[in-house]
Structures are given as structure tokens and as C-alpha cells.
Design a protein. Structure first.
Lengths: 182, 102
């Protein structure tokens, strides 16, 4: 339980950490991202959650957890497809940047931690991480990506994604409660 | 003969006064069923249309008495409402709606 909590807390700080790390020490403002970088961060954040869901499909036997993981894979792939279609339409190539690099580095650590769990501890660790991750991503989309985006269509896409992220969070919290009551 | 014509006219009139089934639409967008509560008459058709960008379905909540197939973006599915039902999306289990047969 202690380990699970640590993982969730760590994940909650993922994006915040990524933002802080990429900000020059003297600056007290959010990192400046171009639209191509915003698009890359959005795609990476979705791919990371697909990666977590794929681990859940390997390690869990709980029906609620497996259904949630399947939904994450399908929905985040749909979001990536929307982002890719828009990038193509706008002629923008998503560009690697310190925020997305830091996200990927942190995700690898989280994946290792998830994979190290016993079968009994995995479900709780995975779903706690999903709750924390979706909270962090919602905060980052609202507080960083939308404000940083200049293109109106990309901004609209990010706004359209928020209801899906909030629904995922609510769904994860529901499964979390079910696991805790067992 | 006059009486028969009168009866025929009365039958037609009563038939026309009875409820004509209507078609109602529930839009699935922004991860919500809209309207979340739909009031219909028995025999009305309810069309669910997925205007979002992820897959959804529509499943009766209590005993899964009825369910749509998976609806991809742009797809729709219809049913005839015979009784009041709570329903949800079995893919996104927190998405819920209700049909009330008046």
C-alpha cells in the first residue's frame, strides 16, 4: 500500500516536474512551447497511457481493470488519430521537446515500478497511477497546453479532449473505489 | 348506410387522435448523452447518434435487457421505447442516461 501510494504521488507530479525541469532556473513562468511542440506533448501523453494499459492487459485478471485498460487503449488511440489528422491538415510536424522527453523518462520509471508489482498489488498500483496521471494531464492541458497554443483548431482539439480525460478520471476513480472495498 | 358512414368517420377520427409514434434523437457528444433524460410515449423511436470521436454504446442498466452494438464516430442506432429504462455506455461506465415512457 505504501509502495502504491508512493507511485501515485510520484505520477501526480509527472507533468509538473516536467514543466519545472524545462523552465530556466531564473524564470518563474511556464515553458514556452510552439504549436508543433504542444502537438508532440499531447501525442506523447496519450502514448504513455496506452503503454500503461498494455502492461495492465499483461498483468491483470480483474475484469473491471481490463475493461478500463481496453478503453484507455481505444480512446487514446482515437485522440492520437485526431491529432495526427489535424497536424497533417495544418502541415505541422509534431516536434520533440524537453517536456515530452521528461514525460517519457518518467513514464519508463513508472512502467518499471508497475511491472515489479505482484499480481495482487498490481491492480491497485495501476489504477492509482491512472487516477493520478489523468489528474496531472487534465491540469497540464488546461494550464499549459491550451494557453500555449496559438492555432485555433489545435486549441479546439485540446478543449474537445478534456471531457474524455475527465470521464477517464471518473472511471478510474470508480474502479479504484471498487478495488479498495474488496 | 348513413349510420355506417358515420361510424366509419368516427373510427378514422379516433385513429387519428391516437398517438402517432414520434422519432426522438439522443446525441452522444462530449462524453455525455444529450438530453440525459428523454421523455417519450410508448412506441416512439429513439435514435442514438455518436457525434463524438471515440466509440460508445448504449446498454440498459438493470439487466442488460437491450444494448446497441459499438457505435463508432458518426454511427447511429435506434430502438422502439416500450418501457422506462436507465441506460449507460458500457465502454465508459460513468456515462449514463434515462428514457422515461410517459
Amino acid at each position: 500500500m505504501k509502495l502504491t501510494k508512493t507511485l501515485a504521488q510520484k505520477t501526480l507530479g509527472l507533468l509538473v516536474l516536467a514543466i519545472i525541469i524545462s523552465v530556466p532556473a531564473a524564470a518563474q513562468e511556464m515553458p514556452k512551447l510552439t504549436d508543433a511542440e504542444v502537438a508532440h506533448v499531447a501525442v506523447v501523453a496519450n502514448k504513455i497511457d496506452i503503454g500503461y494499459a498494455e502492461i495492465a492487459k499483461e498483468m491483470s485478471t480483474n475484469e473491471d481493470v481490463l475493461n478500463f485498460a481496453e478503453t484507455m487503449i481505444n480512446d487514446h488511440n482515437a485522440i492520437i488519430a485526431q491529432a495526427a489528422a489535424l497536424a497533417k491538415k495544418l502541415g505541422v510536424t509534431p516536434m520533440d521537446n524537453p517536456v515530452s522527453q521528461q514525460l517519457l523518462t518518467n513514464a519508463e520509471t513508472t512502467k518499471e515500478t508497475l511491472r515489479s508489482k505482484s499480481a495482487e498489488a498490481f491492480d491497485q498500483a495501476y489504477i492509482d497511477n491512472e487516477v493520478a496521471y489523468h489528474k496531472a494531464v487534465i491540469n497540464a492541458v488546461e494550464g499549459l497546453l491550451i494557453p500555449e497554443t496559438e492555432n485555433a483548431e489545435l486549441k479546439q482539439l485540446l478543449q474537445n479532449v478534456l471531457p474524455a480525460l475527465r470521464t477517464h478520471l471518473e472511471h478510474a476513480q470508480m474502479v479504484q473505489k471498487q478495488l479498495q472495498s474488496k | 348506410m348513413k349510420k355506417l358512414s358515420y361510424l366509419f368517420f368516427l373510427t378514422i377520427l379516433l385513429t387519428n387522435c391516437a398517438h402517432t409514434p414520434e422519432v426522438h434523437t439522443v446525441e452522444i457528444a462530449q462524453m455525455k448523452f444529450n438530453p440525459p433524460v428523454l421523455y417519450v410515449n410508448k412506441g416512439d423511436t429513439v435514435v442514438f447518434i455518436n457525434n463524438g470521436f471515440v466509440d460508445h454504446d448504449v446498454t440498459e442498466s438493470e439487466n442488460h435487457k437491450w444494448a446497441s452494438p459499438v457505435l463508432s464516430a458518426g454511427e447511429s442506432w435506434s430502438m422502439v421505447a416500450t418501457e422506462s429504462s436507465d441506460y449507460y455506455c458500457s465502454i465508459h461506465v460513468v456515462m449514463k442516461g434515462k428514457i422515461v415512457v410517459k
